[in-house]
Structure formats: C-alpha cells, structure tokens
Design a protein around this ligand. Structure first.
Ligand code: TLP
Length: 341
C-alpha cells in the first residue's frame, strides 16, 4: 500500500466534510451573496483577532494579495531566504506587485529584530523603499518549526519603529498553535495581515484566507477579482473549510506525534541524518549521507513510500490526517528493510 508523505496537501475530503459541502447554503459570492463564505470569513477573522477576512483559492493568492495591498511598485519586501513567498510562488511578487525582494539569512529560518533593523533601507531616494516584512509560521523549509513569539515581537517593534507593514504567511499557523498551545490570535496579533490555509493539515480540498484590517481586506477583495480569484457559489468550498476548522483542527497534534515517531525511526538508520528532537510539528527533514536526495526519493518510491526532495541532499516527509500511526510504523519497517544494515 502506498504511503504518501509528500505533503499535507494530499488528503482526501472526509465523509463528514463532503456532507457539509453537499448541504452548504450557497449564493453568488461575486455579488457578495454566499452566506457560507461570509460565515467562514467571520469565523477566521474572529479566530485570528482581525477585523475582516477574505476567502481566497490558495495560500499563494493570500500572500500575493497581501504584498499587493501593502506595497507600491518599486518597494522592497524583507523576508527570509527559505520562505515560501521567495521560493515557491513562481516569481509572482515581481509580476503582480512589481516589488523587490530582500532576502535575509535566518538561523533555521528565524530572523532577529537586529537583522531586520539592519536591513531596513535609509530613506535615500536612490534606494528602494523598505515597505513590508514577511514571516512564515510554521517554517516549512526549516522543517515545520514554530517561529518563537519573542522574535515575532522583536521584529514587530522594528516594523512599527520604521512605519513598515508586517505580513504573516500562516499556511500552517494551526500547527504552531497545536504544538505550543498559544492561540492563533496571539501569534497573529503583531501582524497587519495573516494568511492561513485550509488545504494543508486541515484537510480541506481548496482554500485559504487573508485576514487583517477592514480597509486592507476591502482593497484585497478588489485585487482578488483582478487576479481571477472571484468565485461564485464558493460556499461549497467554504463549508469544507468550516468543517475542517471545527472537526480536523483539534486533531493536528496527532500528526505531530506521527512525525516525531517517523523521525525516531529514520534516525536509527545509517546514512540518514536528522535530530528527532527538532521535529516540532508535522514535517520531518533529513539529509542523506551520499548527498543525492532524488536517488533516495526514487528508492523510497519503489517501496511505495512517497516523499519529496527538499534540497540536493535533503528529503522532506510530511504527516497528515490520511496517514495513520500504523502507516508510519509500516513505513519505518519498509525503510529499515531497504536501508538498514
Ligand atoms: N506549500 C507546499 C509547496 O508549495 C511547497 C507544500 O507542500 O508544503 N505558504 C507556505 C508556508 C506553504 O507551505 C505553502 C504550500 C503555501 C504558502 C502556498 O499554498 P498554496 O499551495 O495553497 O498556494
């Protein structure tokens, strides 16, 4: 049997979720007439402690709308080199917002207030204008680690001091909360805007939301239409997201336990390098000694275990609600058979 650990995006909608979608009350959301979308947007705004939220088709669109409403062409955005916005959004900041990205190198993806302060441009007219700082929580490329609140707040002080804007890519913010017990609204508080996803660990088929102050979300609404993200009877999808928040979100810690167990199993093998203690949520990263992540991914695939290369020598495995603890034990057994001594 195939054990798919490529991403937490590969989940199938559950029966209860499909029923909620079937029963959803819908309307034309471009006319603002979908009651289920409204309910989702209000729910998310409340969860994140923001005035308003906007349902969008993807995390990428949520992030790109944030960049659009915070910046003008020629502005500069400060972010961390390994973040999703910089690496995996198809160069959208250049096309859609005409901004310059200023990547900094964080320790394990984490920036300090001092680093950000040093990166803010002085106001000379021959320099780009620093305008926005973006963080990610949890940190995908660093292996699902939680952004320490202390750093989030230290950077917030710099942002405010320079009159900049602050955006959080919280695609997996739910996992940060599940891991630490710190509510989402606490993590979200220092930020002007926050993007969250329903299609990752929460198990919804589609959808993200951008939350923030009313005026910015009204702007984002306009750009969502411009970017082709105006959806009609989107309540079908919003119902899945609402269901996921209510029924799947409370179980995220189970995914974390599965990731931890997988990491322990992998760490026993020669040639696999990782520290299980660094696994905080649902992502496991490991390095292969021979330096060829692609080769390892192919070998794992031959045994029905799917992972993704995440660097020349780095492989990523992500746990989610469609793999059980038994599947993880099964995966460990197969991997030991192939790679053990
Ligand atoms: N991440 C995907 C891949 O694109 C790498 C994954 O499998 O992890 N922010 C973060 C932190 C993300 O991890 C992702 C998706 C997104 C944004 C984008 O979300 P979508 O795919 O909905 O545009």
């Amino acid at each position: 049997m195939r054990i798919d650990l490529r991403s937490d995006t590969v989940t199938q909608p559950t029966e209860g979720m499909r029923r909620a979608m079937y029963e959803a009350e819908v309307g034309d959301d471009v006319f603002g007439e979908d009651p289920t979308v409204r309910r989702l947007e209000e729910t998310v705004a409340a969860l994140l402690g923001k005035e308003a939220a906007l349902f969008v088709p993807s995390g990428t669109m949520g992030n790109q709308l944030a960049l659009k409403v915070h910046t003008r062409p020629g502005d500069e955005v400060i972010l961390e080199r390994t973040c999703h916005i910089f690496n995996y959004e198809s160069g959208a900041p250049g096309l859609l917002s005409g901004v310059v990205l200023h990547p900094l190198d964080g320790e394990g993806g984490i920036l300090t207030g001092e680093q950000v302060a040093a990166a803010v441009r002085p106001g000379y007219y021959w320099m780009a204008r620093s305008r926005l700082v973006c963080l990610e929580n949890t940190l995908n490329q660093a292996g699902g680690t939680v952004y320490p609140l202390e750093n989030v707040e230290a950077i917030a002080a710099v942002v405010r001091g320079h009159g900049l804007r602050y955006h959080l890519d919280g695609a997996r913010l739910w996992n940060a909360t599940a891991a630490t017990g710190i509510p989402e609204h606490v993590y979200a508080a220092p930020f002007d805007t926050v993007n969250v996803c329903f299609s990752k660990g929460l198990g919804a088929p589609v959808g993200s939301a951008l939350a923030g102050p009313k005026d910015l979300i009204t702007e984002a609404h306009r750009y969502r239409k411009m970017f082709g993200g105006g959806m009609r009877q989107a309540g079908i999808l919003a119902a899945a997201a609402l269901y996921a928040l209510e029924h799947h979100r409370p179980h995220l810690a189970e995914d974390h336990a599965k990731a931890r167990r997988l990491a322990e199993g992998l760490a026993e093998l020669p040639g696999f390098r990782l520290d299980p203690d660094r696994v905080q949520t649902n992502i496991v990263l490991f390095d292969v000694d021979h330096g060829d992540a692609l080769r390892t991914v192919e070998e794992l695939k031959a045994d029905g275990i799917l992972m993704v290369p995440f660097g020349p020598a780095t492989v990523r495995a992500t746990t989610h609600r469609d793999v059980s603890m038994e599947d993880i034990e099964q995966a460990i057994a197969r991997i030991h058979r192939r790679f053990g001594n």
